[in-house]
Write a protein that binds this ligand. Sequence first.
Ligand code: HSE
Length: 343
Amino acid sequence: MKIAVIGCGTVGSGFLELLDEKQALLKDKYNFTPGLVAISDPKVGSIYHEGGLNIKKILSLIENRDNINDYPYGEKGWDSLKTIKDSNADTIVEASPTNIETGEPGLTHIRTALEMGKNVATTNKGPIALAYHKLHDIALRQGCELRFEGTVIAGTPAINLTIYPLAGIKIKEVKGIVNGTTNYILTRMESGMSYEEALREAQQKGYAETIPDADVKGWDAVAKIIIIANVLMGGNVTVGDVERKGIDNITLDEVQQALKDNKHWKLIARAGKENGSIKASVTPEVLGEDDPLSRITGVTNAICFTTDVLRDITISGPGAGRRETGFALLSDLIDINRVKGGK
Ligand code: HSE
């Protein structure tokens, strides 16, 4: 597998760190020896070398100088589309920032790669929330893989778990906490911290989106519940269909008052069937202690899938973070290697 990384910010560099760290494990356990051939990012720069790049060297350049233009050899300055089209990469890791209105630039990146028969692993929620069915069709037609585990609660398995190990199951209803930043903020407000300070902490820890409004106004959770509804429940939900309310108007007083009554504010995403079609919503709710989701704190997220055979299946784990989301890309690549004939 020859990999090009498109978008090398928090998540892209977290992925590269894991790819480097886990090389021996990948070789021993799966006989999998992926190589990095290109990176293209508007901020850290672009580098392509068909024979492969040294990941440690790349990471140290990013860490020390925030750019990779000092890499000793290779082509510099290729933009994302040239890298996708003209590099010898057969697999594109797409980790550019989410835009839930247009899906761009990720949508064009992913469409271009799939049209060329290149596999894609992405953490970018926009393209999958807006155009999953179309992108999936292109991948099927071109005989390549489209994976996106990291679009929903980071590397905690939500998408792949329900598509592969739970193949044949029908998901009837979903209720969950699917945004790490807002859950972190609400938990910190329970210990008395102001909304602004808690948001700053979430940004410093690499949980928040590039524009944090996406988290606190509920847009990020909207993208995730659309992905769940359309990919896992066969829906055709669009952004405008989802009832949405964020946490930006919840006051410290309200959070503290609920706590005194043993209750907890949570941003809850739901999807379920109503009059024959899938309805989805994202709204803050006050949960009593008897609701298991009330005990999900900090950046931890949880999703409860109500199914036809196994009743309720709940998964819980990190919902955001540099390595936690980077891991989703790694696990997608390992699975692409497996379906393409590896171990
Ligand atoms: N900003 C997102 C969150 C990142 O806080 O959940 C993971 O999608």
